[in-house]
Design a protein around this ligand. Sequence first.
Ligand code: URA
Length: 231
Amino acid sequence: MENLVDFQTKEKALIDLYRSILNSKNCCKLALSRTKLVPGEGNPDAKIMFIGEAPGKNEDEQGKPFVGAAGKLLGELLNKIGLQREDVFIANVLKCRPPNNRDPLPEEASACLPWLQKQVEIIDPSLIIPLGRHAMERFLPGMKISAVRGKILRRNVSGLGYRVFMPTYHPAAVLYHREWLGLLEEDFKKIPKILEYLKENPTNEKEENNAGDWDSLEIGVSKHFEQGKLL
Ligand code: URA
């Protein structure tokens, strides 16, 4: 019952947020060239939130994130760990398509960041999975995706308190670099284990002090694996 209340409250808050984005006067120029806004979709009370880069052509046409080839791969990776798209929440750094799928400009990512932060605040996921360098840069600035992919990092994010992240490769990048598929699958296999660990070791601190601080949960989580409690 409690979950249903959370679900409904969060769902309403997300709908209100999407209305605010549609009516916003602070958006960047991409709002003028988009076909549809792609705010994100999924379970409003999800434990896992995936963050991609920006809508592509298919997403722009349908108003939904990850509905093209990269989305198919994302769905397959989720299914392999026993999850459906509907179990998680999927959002993007940008809510509008950049022309010709070019990389987001820093000013576009900055203009869109408050919406993404608000989504994190509402959904309040236990684990955030930035897909690729653009999503990672929003929350773990200055890190290199190849160095931190698959690592479990907890960071005090300004305005959001302590949040747990596991960055990994963007599925679209893996479609070009098939040799990374094994690494992406390896990272996804960790997800159920990380959630189990976080359930037993919740991160409750929401304090605003020391924003930017981060630490690694790698040792804690892997010890937990070794105790044989997890798959
Ligand atoms: N790539 C992204 O980063 N996001 C989408 O929604 C689709 C493809």
